[in-house]
Structure formats: C-alpha cells, structure tokens
Design a protein around this ligand. Structure first.
Ligand code: SAH
Ligand code: SF4
Ligand code: F3S
Length: 475
C-alpha cells in the first residue's frame, strides 16, 4: 500500500548542470515526534527510486522524513559518481551539512549510493564529518548502521550483492505527483563500457522477481497512479527465472505483463541498450496502446572506432539498423539518446559522425555530456584522456546546438496533431495550465478545462512548439 503514507512532497533545487538534487519531506502530526531523517538525491532515476526504498526501510525503523534539514537527526545524501561534476556537487553539499552539524552536534551525516560505493571507507578519511557510508546494496542494514553511529562509531557497509533487489520492500513514494512512479526491475550492470563507473558502483546485474514488479504496478494503479517507468541500466537484458524452474520471463514478456495490469496504466522503461533491444520488444510495444511509443536508446558516439574503444559492442551500422527497426515496427515512436563528446582519441571527423547520427536518427531529445575520466574504469586504465577540455566543450556545444535544432523540428512537426495526454499536474509557469505527456514522452502545456484533474487522460491539439515543450488546447 502506498497511499496510507502521509503526503510526501518534494521540492526541486537546481544544483547540478543536468541533474537535480531532490529534497523530500513529509508533513504530518506524527512527524513532530520521534527521530527525523532528511534525504537529498542526485544522479539517475535509479537513485531516486532507491531513496524511496531507503525511506521505507527507515520508516519501518521509526524514522520520519522531514523537509527541514535543521530539525533532522540524520542527514542523508544519495550520491552519483558518473562524472566528476556530480561528485563535486556532493562534496559541496557536505560542506553545507557540516555547518549544520556545527550548530547541532549529534546530527548524523550519511553518504549513500554510488559515491559511497566507489570511495568506501576512504570517504571517512576524506570527509571527516561523515558518520555513515552505505553502498546501494546495503540499505537493509541502515537501521543497524545508524545505531552504530549513534554509539559514536562509524557505520560502513559497502557490500555489493549478487541477489539483492529489494523486491519485497514497498517504496515510500517521495516527491510524488500521485500520477507517475518508477519501478526498479533490475540492479547493477554487466556491461563494461570503458568510460563508465556504474559496474563498479552498482555491481553485477540481477533481475527482480517478475511477480513483485507486476504486483507493485497493480498496487500503484489501485492507488490512482496512471504511469509506471520500469528502471534498469540495461532493461533489455532483464531475465528472471522462477526459483522452481517453472518459467523464465524476458523483458518483452515483462512489459506485456505490466501492460496487462490495466489499459489505463501507461508503461515506460529506461534504459535500452542498442546491442540488446529485440524486435520482440518492439512488436510488444506496437501491440499494446498503453506501452508508450518512446525509447531512450543512447548512442554515445556516432563513430564505429570510438564505439569500439568505448566497448559498447555495437557499431554505427548496427545502431542504425536498430533505429530503422524501431521506425518500421512503431512508426510513431520517438527516440532519445545519450551522447559523450570528446572521448579519448576522438578526431574531428569522428565527432562529425556523431553530429550526422543526431540528424539521421531524428532524436526527439538527448542528454549530452563531455567525457569525464572516472577512476578505475577501463578507459582510465587503458587510454589517455587526450582531448583538451576546451575542445571537448566546443564539440559538446556543437552537439547541443544541433540537437536543439533537431528537437525543435521534431516538435514543430507535431503542430496540428492531436495527442492523448496524461495530466501530471500544474504547469511550471501557471496554475491555470496543466502539464502532461503524450505517448512519445513530450511535455505538453495546455489550459485547464473544467472537470479535469491530474491522472486524467485528455485529448490535446498542438498549436505551438519550442525545442523543449509543446503547447495546445484540449479538444
Ligand atoms: N546504462 C545507461 C547509461 C547510464 S549512465 C546506458 O548504457 O545507456 C548515463 C549516461 O551518462 C551514459 O549514457 C553516458 O552518456 C553518460 N556517461 C557515463 N559515464 C560518463 C563519463 N565518464 N563521462 C561523461 N559521460 C558519461
Ligand atoms: Fe554504464 Fe554501459 Fe552499464 Fe550503461 S550499459 S551503466 S553506460 S556500463
Ligand atoms: Fe550516478 Fe550511480 Fe546512477 S553513478 S548515474 S547514481 S547508477
């Protein structure tokens, strides 16, 4: 059950360039008594989803969430290591927490997530104020570790598991709009992309019990939610075998099961790996109206030599074939991407191939970064980070400029079309407007009509577009 938790509201604070730290709290009468924890999350959706598991575990142990960092007994920061900048942000926040601790001795500070895993006990030496260091597979141990820290010792658990999926834990929905929710379907990653720290911070890939995923989706639907996003670093390699050997469920079968929960429950997923996305998944998407026509298919680079150095295990032609399959089987599908500029030894011509891929694939949007060397990764050990920062930044700005242009064109093509939109809540700019998404994951803003509310599906005709948003009116 999710709704018997008091209302949880989140506030966004723009801190990092691309990612946001999110602060969660709950306001209730009971929250005035007992111990309080405060949690901020950085990094990918998996981390935000993990914070909801942490909130559930701490809730069971008698802790209550608060938005007021000053009144909290336990300050937690769920961290990301993906790029150097992400780690810098966390260290800056720790400085702030330190000041709070100065005024309120006895406050415990805990570092969770990928940075905790990467740095392990070293964190305690580097950041003296930290009392707890807890890796992504050790959250069940949190109540015990907090007790250890309360006794004046440091609490550390960075054990990576081959089994942990937190399948039995009902996440406490934090910062929720009551309409859309994330469901973790797997953890870890077995790919070894040479630039990437995730296999080291999240451990081996494992898939969660399919029945617990479907049950969580059904529960969310009953509680008014109308969209779930299934999360994993590489969802297409989802594979769960019943412990009694009676059945095996692959990703295509899983999305079908979740789609069958209710036709009014939208299903999304992220992230798809180009080497693993199958036609079976595409045909399943085409078969069910409620599986959204949107695929996040990170290319990283448009050049085959660079892709090989990145150890992505596909080349330009393979990627293009997958994109063609998507547009053939699901003509209305939108595709988005992640792109890294200035990877080791990338030449100007190779960079041009990334640009031409953006145009060719017609991405609706992309997350774009310049390469940031991460300690311990394959690339750090094998290749020289030889592209000067200025050049990386120039290539990135060219990528961003082109993608913005392609996004605008993509969105302009929607003018005049009518979409089924799921209302998520008030638009950022005005309480008189709703915001919601169409199947293609495009944000659409339109005037509120009488008798509409978040969680409703409405038809919206598009009249205007920017590179980020569509505008329209209900029909
Ligand atoms: N599992 C997902 C990606 C997770 S990380 C996938 O395989 O697509 C999210 C994105 O961060 C990556 O797709 C990549 O574009 C970017 N990224 C990862 N490591 C990076 C690094 N060292 N420097 C810059 N960007 C990086
Ligand atoms: Fe990192 Fe590659 Fe795994 Fe994605 S698939 S998390 S980029 S190693
Ligand atoms: Fe960051 Fe860890 Fe996610 S490194 S991107 S929080 S898996």
């Amino acid at each position: 059950m999710y709704n018997d938790n008091p209302t949880l509201v989140g506030i966004n604070k723009k801190i990092d360039e691309a990612k946001q730290g999110q602060v969660f709290f709950k306001e209730s009468e009971e929250a005035k008594a007992g111990k309080h924890f405060y949690i901020e999350s950085y990094g990918c959706q998996m981390n935000f989803s993990d914070s909801e598991i942490v909130a559930s575990i701490l809730g069971e142990a008698g802790f209550q969430a608060t938005r007021n960092i000053e009144e909290s007994d336990l300050i937690l920061i769920n961290t990301c290591s993906i790029r150097e900048k992400a780690e810098e942000t966390v260290r800056k926040r720790l400085r702030v927490f330190n000041k709070i601790k100065d005024t309120k001795p006895g406050t415990l500070i805990g570092v969770l997530g990928c940075m905790a895993e990467r740095l392990k006990a070293k964190f305690l030496e580097e950041e003296k104020i930290v009392d707890l260091v807890v890796g992504p597979d050790a959250y069940r141990d949190l109540p015990k570790l907090v007790a250890t820290a309360e006794d004046g010792e440091k609490g550390v658990n960075v054990f990576l598991s081959r089994e942990e999926t937190y399948a039995d834990i009902s996440p406490v929905r934090l910062g929720t709009n009551g309409v859309t929710a994330f469901i973790s379907i797997m953890r870890g990653c077995d790919n070894m992309c040479s630039f990437c720290v995730v296999p080291f911070t999240r451990g081996r890939e494992r898939s969660r019990d399919a029945y617990s995923i479907v049950a969580e989706a059904a529960d969310l639907y009953e509680n008014g939610y109308r969209e779930v996003t299934l999360l994993g670093q590489n969802v297409d390699s989802y594979k769960w075998a019943h412990p009694e050997g009676t059945e095996e469920v692959n990703f295509a079968q899983l999305i079908e099961r979740v789609a069958l929960v209710h036709p009014d429950l939208r299903v999304r997923f992220s992230t798809s790996h180009p080497k693993d996305i199958t036609d079976e998944v595409l045909y399943t998407m085409a078969k069910y109206e409620n599986i959204c026509n949107y695929i996040h298919l990170p290319v990283q680079s448009g050049n085959s030599r660079v892709l090989k150095l990145m150890n992505r295990t596909y080349d330009r032609d393979w990627y293009k074939e997958r994109v063609e399959a998507i547009y053939r089987i699901i003509p209305e599908c939108a595709i988005s991407s992640d792109i890294i500029a200035g990877f080791c030894t990338e030449t100007e011509e190779e960079h041009q191939e990334t640009l031409s891929m953006i145009e060719w694939a017609r991405y609706s949007m992309s997350y774009m970064f310049y390469y940031s060397e991460r300690p311990g990764t394959l690339a750090e050990r094998k290749y020289e980070d030889d592209i000067p920062l200025e050049l990386k930044k120039r290539r990135l700005s060219e990528i961003i400029r082109l993608q913005n242009h392609i996004s605008l064109e993509h969105n302009k093509r929607d003018i005049g079309k009518t979409f089924k939109v799921l209302i998520e809540g008030n638009s950022k700019k005005s309480d008189l407007d709703w915001k919601g998404r169409n199947s293609q994951n495009k944000m659409i803003v339109f005037k509120k009509e009488a008798n509409t509310q978040p969680g409703d599906y409405v038809k919206v005709k598009i009249t205007d577009a920017t590179s980020a948003t569509l505008k329209g009116h209900q029909v």
